[in-house]
Design a protein around this ligand. Structure first.
Ligand code: GUN
Length: 295
């Protein structure tokens, strides 16, 4: 049995960022248009702070205009909505991202609904979810968009392949299923109530794991030669007991990678698979939003 091809999302994302940078340069010189991304962070969640820092750095590296609004944890919903209103009206801003999760006094649904759908580079607004569901052009959530790009790179034409998406979140599972349908795959969405999940997974030519549970999907659940895309980013104790006792952690996906790589045809590693694609697709969405804008 041959080992799976390891899908190098880090290299793919770096190449994509390079191509986005070239397009940004062309927009600037030919049309005097600089795509602008505003990221809003409320509070001091350490993981969110790191994501926001990386987003700002990569936006600038691509030659885009980058603005980060850091608001205190006790910001009211009204204050946040006022800022979103200003960003909606700002012609130098083409993309708005409000980092989630938000503090408990703020209703995330109200915040997402307030973002101009044409600046909603997360693709979380119901208008964009609706556009995706009916096949109209819109902005597509970054993580599933990144997964689709990797899949198309590995498989080419997805027509007729059986894709099983494990997880039904609005951020990954549902938009992923819609993208796969649009690519003419046959799609099954599995979730916590699915009966005999291992057997459902074994039917997959393409298996997308987006459940947020460390190494839940075992090697024996995978069809030989299947393409496995692991969206999970789960922190677990370090392998070395002394390091684990000292509080050290490591990151694993939703798939038991070591088991899966002897069976799958291709698989994304964690880290270095889907993760780097998410920010690259955020830049792509910002570029798309700028191109569709009037200026
Ligand atoms: N928090 C974790 N991932 C994301 C993301 O993709 N978008 C936003 N807005 N918040 C997040």
């Amino acid at each position: 049995m041959t080992e799976a091809r390891i899908i190098d999302g880090k290299a793919f994302a770096a190449d994509l960022r390079g191509r986005i940078g070239a397009a940004v340069e062309h927009l600037r010189t030919a049309y005097a248009l600089v795509p602008g991304l505003a990221v809003v962070l409320v509070g001091e969640n350490p993981a969110s702070q790191l994501y926001v820092k990386n987003k700002g750095e990569q936006t600038r590296e691509a030659g885009m205009h980058s603005v980060t609004h850091r608001l205190p944890a006790d910001t009211t919903q009204e204050q946040l909505l006022r800022l979103i209103g200003q960003l909606n009206a700002d012609p130098s801003i083409h993309g708005i991202l409000v980092q989630l999760p938000l503090p408990p006094q703020i209703d995330p649904a109200a915040v997402l609904a307030a973002i101009d759908p044409d600046k909603d580079v997360d693709g979380f607004h119901v208008v964009n979810a609706g556009r995706l569901a009916v096949g109209l052009p819109g902005l597509v959530p970054c993580t599933p968009l990144g997964c689709l790009m990797l899949l198309k790179d590995v498989v080419g034409d997805l027509r007729g392949l059986h894709a099983v998406v494990v997880g039904r979140s609005n951020i990954v599972g549902k938009p992923m299923a819609n993208l796969l349908l649009q690519a003419n795959a046959t799609v099954t969405v599995a979730h916590s109530h699915t009966v005999d999940l291992p057997e459902v997974c074994r039917g997959a030519d393409i298996l997308i794991a987006a459940v947020g549970r460390p190494e839940m999907i075992r090697g024996s659940w995978i069809k030989e030669g299947a393409i496995v895309i692991d969206v999970g980013i789960n922190r677990v104790p370090a392998r070395d007991p002394a390091a684990a006792a000292a509080g050290k952690t490591r990151v694993v996906g939703d798939v038991a990678f070591e088991e899966a790589k002897g069976i799958a045809g291709a698989i994304t590693p964690v880290p270095g698979g889907v993760g780097p694609m998410t920010i690259a697709c955020l830049l792509l969405n910002t570029l798309t939003a700028a191109c569709r804008s009037k200026g």
